[in-house]
Design a protein around this ligand. Structure first.
Ligand SMILES: [Zn+2]
Ligand SMILES: [Zn+2]
Length: 300
């Protein structure tokens, strides 16, 4: 809700003309309540959970149904192939959780957004402000998520809660939000901490929720594509990094971080992964020389 009746009134209050984007925001949000604007996240999450993994479904189906193995070069665990019905089952479980937990959580969590004073009015944040806040949100979430995730790997946490997320030892895009309801709730805290520390505009908050979920889907894609962010962002974990965590499964005491790699490095929880990577590199080098053929899974 914007406390100005017209664009002119808004311009007067800001002491300058509104930018084109601010006019668009005014037209869209002026008559809508802040609660309604916050609830847009439900639609965004539904669209992201449903449609962002679709290209991965097409790739995976092309591999498993038609035997088109061209994508095997990018598949992290190429021996694992999911059928369309496998992936639909995962999506169905995610949607159940969405309807029963994620959606209702958005409906009732609005008071926290009011408390930390996420603003919905004018002016809109600058690009610099949005980028700076998103960097803070990602760093704060990554650090706290690391510890919550690590806690879930204690015997009780894994057996009672976290094993659901580990059902897919070779992750697929739809498996990113596939988790026990208690884990969904617990991991909401790290996502909320960044905006609580550096509250911004509702548009930034929408972007944060959307980007974090898209990042999680990429991380669970099961494919290490050449355009993976790992190649461009320093300390970014990516699909191969998290895939190792799923591959090792319940016994995994490695690669807990959700986005970056520095926590695992600092706390020494990436030793198994690094050892494995070094070993694979050596095997690859030897194979190149014509001495060996590796084949099979990258984590074998
Ligand atoms: Zn885990
Ligand atoms: Zn995972």
């Amino acid at each position: 809700m914007i406390p100005y009746a017209t664009v002119e009134e808004g311009s007067m209050a800001l002491g300058r003309n509104l930018t084109r984007l601010e006019k668009v925001w005014f037209d869209y949000s002026a008559a809508k309540s802040d609660y309604y604007l916050y609830c847009h996240n439900i639609l965004f999450l539904f669209l992201i959970f449903s449609f962002v993994p679709l290209p991965l479904v097409i790739v995976e189906s092309a591999r498993s149904a038609s035997g088109w193995f061209w994508f095997d070069r990018y598949k992290i665990q190429p021996k694992v192939a999911y059928s369309l019905s496998d992936m639909f089952r995962c999506y169905r479980d995610v949607m159940k959780m969405f309807i029963l937990v994620v959606g209702p959580l958005q409906f009732i969590s609005y008071p926290t957004i009011q408390m930390i004073e996420i603003r919905c009015g004018l002016p809109l944040p600058s690009l610099m402000e949005i980028v700076a806040q998103l960097v803070v949100y990602f760093l704060v979430e990554d650090y706290t998520n690391y510890w919550v995730h690590r806690l879930f790997h204690c015997k009780w946490g894994y057996e009672k809660i976290h094993h659901i997320h580990h059902e897919y030892t070779a992750p697929i895009g739809y498996a990113a939000p596939h988790a026990h309801w208690a884990e969904v709730l617990a991991l909401g805290i790290p996502s909320f901490l960044g905006p609580a520390i550096a509250p911004g505009h509702m548009v930034t908050f929408w972007l944060w929720i959307a980007l974090r979920q898209m990042e999680a889907i990429e991380t669970h894609s099961g494919y290490d594509f050449p355009w993976s962010l790992t190649k461009y962002i320093p300390f970014y974990g990516g699909a191969e990094y998290h895939d190792y965590h799923h591959y090792v499964g319940g016994q995994s005491q490695s690669n807990f971080a959700s986005v970056f790699t520095y926590c695992d490095y600092i706390y020494g929880t990436d030793k198994g992964y690094r050892f494995q990577k070094k070993l694979l590199h050596q095997i690859k080098e030897e194979s190149k020389k014509g001495n060996k053929q590796t084949g099979g899974e990258k984590f074998d």
